[in-house]
Design a protein around this ligand. Structure first.
Ligand code: HEM
Ligand code: HEM
Length: 135
């Protein structure tokens, strides 16, 4: 159970990481790939991957939350109650709620995007502290 609990923690982190790729793949597209000629094979492949990541973004975020609940349950039962882990989990829930509000909104505002992004930055810091300290 200890090993499974740890593996679930790693899967949680990887899925959050894929959700975060949303930002970086769009950034690379704007900065660089969009300037390539339309016929470029690389441009086509890059944008196919980008569309997949953007379209399924919410499922990676929600999937991470599901695995996170399993990680938390096993760790509390078989390891210990991690305070840094609880902080990270709380921020993850806030991030998902903010993402959900933006997803449902009739009109997306820059404030919504920045609120969601700021929560993501807090989540990365909290998760890093949790993973490094394990406490
Ligand atoms: C955003 C939420 C979370 C993420 C991404 C996350 C991820 C991780 C990762 C990657 C590890 C290291 C696995 C390894 O040993 O290689 C870990 C360890 C651990 N996590 Fe979490 N975790 C989260 C939330 C929580 C919560 C809420 C708890 C419990 C209340 C918790 C309890 C633990 C414990 C006890 C360990 C240490 C396991 C060990 O060293 O044997 N985690 N977590
Ligand atoms: C905790 C998990 C999540 C993380 C780490 C995360 C991360 C991000 C990041 C970094 C961006 C910025 C992309 C950009 O700058 O263009 C973003 C945008 C967005 N997120 Fe999330 N997100 C998560 C969960 C969710 C969920 C569950 C939903 C919806 C139910 C959601 C909906 C959105 C929407 C609508 C956008 C803006 C448009 C788009 O790029 O699709 N997010 N997210």
């Amino acid at each position: 159970m200890t090993l499974l609990g740890r593996a679930l923690g790693i899967i949680t982190a990887v899925l959050y990481g894929i959700a975060i790729l949303n930002f970086f793949i769009k950034w690379g597209n704007r900065k660089w790939v969009m300037k390539l000629p339309k016929e470029s094979a690389f441009r086509g492949e890059y944008q196919t991957v980008m569309k997949f990541l953007v379209k399924n973004h919410r499922f990676f975020g929600l999937g991470a939350a599901v695995v996170m609940v399993a990680h938390v349950t096993l760790q509390i039962l078989f390891q210990w109650v991690s305070v840094t882990g609880l902080v990270a989990a709380g921020i993850a829930v806030v991030t998902i709620i903010l993402g959900g509000i933006m997803f449902k909104a009739k009109k997306r505002t820059p404030a919504m995007l920045w609120a969601h992004r700021s929560a993501v930055i807090a989540l990365v810091i909290a998760a890093a502290i949790h993973i490094i300290t394990r406490r």
